[in-house]
Design a protein around this ligand. Structure first.
Ligand SMILES: Cc1cc2nc3c(=O)[nH]c(=O)nc-3n(C[C@H](O)[C@H](O)[C@H](O)COP(=O)(O)OP(=O)(O)OC[C@H]3O[C@@H](n4cnc5c(N)ncnc54)[C@H](O)[C@@H]3O)c2cc1C
Length: 292
């Protein structure tokens, strides 16, 4: 089964085996079976931060669809790791007059993917002066540890940083997360959500028309990867079915027929050009998965 439809890029060859894990129990069980049978496995959420190779993945791909949004006492909510931050969780929280996750409207991400990358976005207008991270709302999480135990861990366990959590370096799997949110007026929350959605609409490609995975390269403090790429005149550059987005040079879009090789060719070209002309090493922020 091709993996392309399970990614926001719309790119990716087949997995030998594919499983949709709808509950924590199913996720724990399928990982345990894969380990017992020594089948390589890869867990994905919305596939919004991945480039899957054209030859796909040899082994088992597990799509994390662990459901459940349970409001606890006070301002806390326990959420399954496969729940979408937007619209599912944001909408449910706003209905309960709870804010925090509303900053991330419009970003395709499961809760698990957001924990992996420490999902982030700019603070609300007018100043947009700081970056708001999902770690600010994470109280604790239930994980399947890489050694096979189910454990409840607190925020500090994840060692959150910019585009980083401990999940980059440990094979733990997030099952559920407890978020502690803030009481806010729904009108104020809806206003910020609208402003953030408008901001995205003006700067990001429309995912329905053009697949993408958001920013390709990690931020370069004080300059911006997109600006460096733009300075090299690469905006709009096409390779096969892939193109460097003409409104935001740190984004590559799928014009409909892009392969992973097309995207890789643009990544390599960009890295080489920026190194040669601007003297900066660009490091991909996205994860490459499978065979290319
Ligand atoms: C249009 C667009 C805009 C974007 N804007 C932003 C933005 O503003 N800010 C931002 O931070 N990102 C942004 N992104 C990137 C992307 O949305 C995030 O990185 C998101 O968190 C990825 O989530 P996912 O569920 O798709 O994870 P995937 O891409 O499917 O997986 C990413 C990683 O998370 C791991 N993972 C997934 N689930 C679990 C789990 N349950 N337990 C452990 N590990 C897990 C996977 O194994 C993989 O290594 C954007 C992407 C797009 C397409």
């Amino acid at each position: 089964m091709a993996l392309a439809p399970f990614t926001t890029f719309g790119i990716g060859g087949p997995a030998d085996l594919l499983f949709h894990a709808k509950s924590s129990e199913e996720l724990v069980e399928v990982v345990s079976i894969a380990k017992d049978l020594e089948i390589p496995y890869f867990l994905m959420g919305r596939g919004a931060n991945l480039l899957i190779g054209d030859r796909g993945f040899r082994g088992l791909v597990i799509i994390c669809e662990v459901a459940g949004i349970d409001f606890l006492d006070g301002n806390r909510v326990r959420v399954g790791s496969g729940v979408g931050i937007y619209p599912e969780l944001t909408t449910a929280a706003v209905e309960k007059r709870l804010g925090g996750l509303h900053h991330f409207v419009g970003i395709p991400s499961t809760v698990g993917g957001a924990m992996w990358q420490n999902l982030h976005f700019l603070s609300p207008p007018p100043d947009r002066s700081r970056t708001v991270f999902i770690e600010e709302f994470v109280e604790s999480a239930c994980i399947l540890s890489e050694t096979g135990e189910i454990a409840v861990v607190d925020n500090s366990y994840f060692k959150f940083a910019y585009d980083y959590s401990i999940l980059h370096d440990r094979n733990d799997i997030v099952l559920t997360v407890d978020f502690a949110l803030d009481q806010e007026s729904p009108q104020k929350l809806r206003q910020i959500m609208k402003e953030n959605l408008d901001w995205r609409k003006n700067r990001h490609p429309d995912l329905i028309r053009f697949g993408s995975v958001g920013s390709i390269f990690k931020k370069i403090e004080g300059i911006g990867a997109g600006r460096l790429i733009d300075l090299c005149g690469l905006k709009g550059k096409i390779h096969g079915g892939a193109q460097i987005f003409d409104r935001h040079a740190n984004i590559i879009i799928n014009r409909g027929t892009a392969t992973a090789s097309d995207v890789l060719a643009l990544i390599n070209l960009t890295q080489a050009t920026v190194a040669q002309e601007q003297g900066y090493e660009l490091e991909p922020e996205i994860t490459l998965v499978g065979e290319f």
